[in-house]
Design a protein around this ligand. Sequence first.
Ligand SMILES: [Zn+2]
Length: 344
Amino acid sequence: MQARLIRKVLLLLVPGLIAWPWLTQEDAGAWGFFGHKRINRMACFTLPPAMFGFYKRHIDFISDHAVDPDRRRYSDPREAPRHYIDIDHYVKGAASEAQSDDPFWEVPPEWNKAVQKYTEDTLQAYGIVPWHIQVVYNRLINAFQRGDVDRILYYSADLGHYIADAHVPLHTTENYNGQMTNQVGIHAFWESRIPELSADAEYDHLVGRATYIDDPLTAAWNAVRASHAAVDSVLGFERALNERYPDDRKYVFEDRGRGALRFPSQEFTRAYEDAMGGMVERRMNASIITLGGFWYSAWVNAGQPDLDRFEQREVSDSLKKVLAAEEEQLKMAREAMGRPEPNE
Ligand SMILES: [Zn+2]
């Protein structure tokens, strides 16, 4: 179990660095820099007028710090499991007398009940994203109540990250990088390469207004459930296309400052997206509207404080220090491992 967790930490270690499939699993990362930043940014535009001014003022912070939780993995061993849940682990060898084959039936949605059934160690080993979303959501409510601008921004950005991760199908399966089906690299292909190639030119993120979320834990589980329902398509369509495409049409070489690396070609990427019927765009948009809903609900539950009257308009020096220290730890960890900065 320990080795498995270490492998997973390594897989998700360098977010946004897209290299497929020559670089190993270590280089995949959730939604990449591009996708995470885009989701946090666009979610600001779903907010009602009473919130929009505040979020607009801080939109660069909220978007720039969308990837901080991935960076924290370097320095905090507790961080990695917050980004995924290998829900299919819980129905391994299913169809036995005592167990159904529906993991969402097997795993109790409430943390305490899940701990009772499986132990906390097991939950941590296979990922805790839906529960962690609830934790960060509650911290955000608290920050709104205290009028703590730094913490509002910090948790708003963090919440965006975990909600976006919960919307990625491959964050809900043990076969998170296609390693069980000979499709290593599909993780970064789906969540980094596709948005990078397509989102600017083609995606439409007009997702409407954020709505109030009664039950955040259920909303988090719904995101995971919808993601997991798409896992078969994510893997199956790639496998089918792979058989039809010769290598010279499937790959291109691009120079990302470390010599030429092999990436899925525009043509192959397009064919994959078409096969999936625009799934990446839909999951991205679902992340955006869900995130807006979480921010909005946290603010409502905090008593709808007047955000425009919070005196402090900028991020404080103390938060800057915290962030700078995280950055420093990240650098040291990278240096210790002999890894370069990823492309952003
Ligand atoms: Zn993540």
